[in-house]
Design a binder for this molecule. Structure first.
Ligand SMILES: [Zn+2]
Length: 266
């Protein structure tokens, strides 16, 4: 019993630090593209380190820390405690925690900025290759080369499928721009599928490998489509529907993360 309490306590402490890391990366990377000092979003005054780490308001302007900061702390602690007690069968504890941190960072930045950054994709590719090789080596009688091959092929398939869809989206966008021009309307530069999603699909392909990336992409596209359909229905019912809403950008990133999370952890 004492050991049980101690392990849960350790997972909670580690989860708290992981949450701080996710918040820090989401606070600085989209703005400076490097691990710079965190600054207040309101007045741009850099936080003293101790203030930043203890989640205190800005000393200069008194602006409180964002709701996202607290949500990330709570959710990361909860996820760490849960997956410490009930670890992912595919990943085990250490890799599982790393993947949780990675998914957290990508999700927060994508939701806040509709952006999947190249440095995070690159770091994800390294993590994805390790995770994918680990999973598929164990599924194939501990043959590391088979695991590595399946991981790499999964990456190629994930990247390739989304790249083709992205090209198709580009064609549709150009066709639509021409139609709008002949109709005398300005081109509104809408893209149906973000370029960062292509890299994300590649990273998830490395992680899930050839065997599972297809399922993850299908789940993600279906989930994204369903949510968009729901959104359109609400607009239709409330008579706020316009021609523009039909082509509204679908951010697939969070849906891909959700389906990969489901496959890897549940
Ligand atoms: Zn401030």
């Amino acid at each position: 019993m004492g050991i049980m309490v101690a392990t849960v306590l350790i997972s909670i402490i580690l989860g708290w630090f992981a949450g701080l890391f996710i918040n820090y990366v989401a606070d600085v990377l989209p703005f400076t593209r490097r691990f710079s000092r965190a600054a207040c979003p309101e007045c741009q005054t850099p936080f003293p380190l101790a203030n930043y780490l203890t989640l205190r308001p800005c000393r200069q302007c008194g602006k409180k820390r964002s709701l996202r900061t607290w949500l990330v702390q709570i959710l990361t602690v909860a996820a760490f405690a849960y997956f410490w007690l009930f670890p992912s069968k595919a990943l085990g504890i250490p890799l599982g925690m790393l993947v949780l941190i990675y998914f957290g960072i990508i999700t927060v930045i994508d939701l806040e900025h509709r952006l999947i950054l190249h440095p995070t994709s690159l770091a994800g590719a390294v993590l994805g290759l390790v995770v994918g090789t680990y999973i598929h080596s164990r599924l194939n009688g501990n043959e590391i080369l088979i695991g590595l091959g399946k991981s790499l092929l999964g990456g190629v398939v994930g990247f390739g499928v989304m790249f083709l869809l992205y090209q198709l989206g580009g064609l549709v966008a150009r066709y639509r721009a021409r139609r709008l021009q002949t109709a005398g309307q300005a081109d509104d530069q809408e893209e149906a599928l973000g370029g960062g999603d292509v890299y994300l699909a590649g990273v998830l392909g490395l992680m899930l490998g050839l065997d599972f990336i297809g399922i993850a992409l299908a789940y993600g596209v279906i989930l994204g489509g369903l949510v968009s359909l729901l959104f359109l229905t609400v607009l239709l019912v409330r008579r706020r529907y316009s021609n523009a809403a039909l082509m509204t950008f679908i951010p697939y990133g969070p849906y891909f993360i959700l389906s990969a999370f489901y496959l890897l952890f549940l």
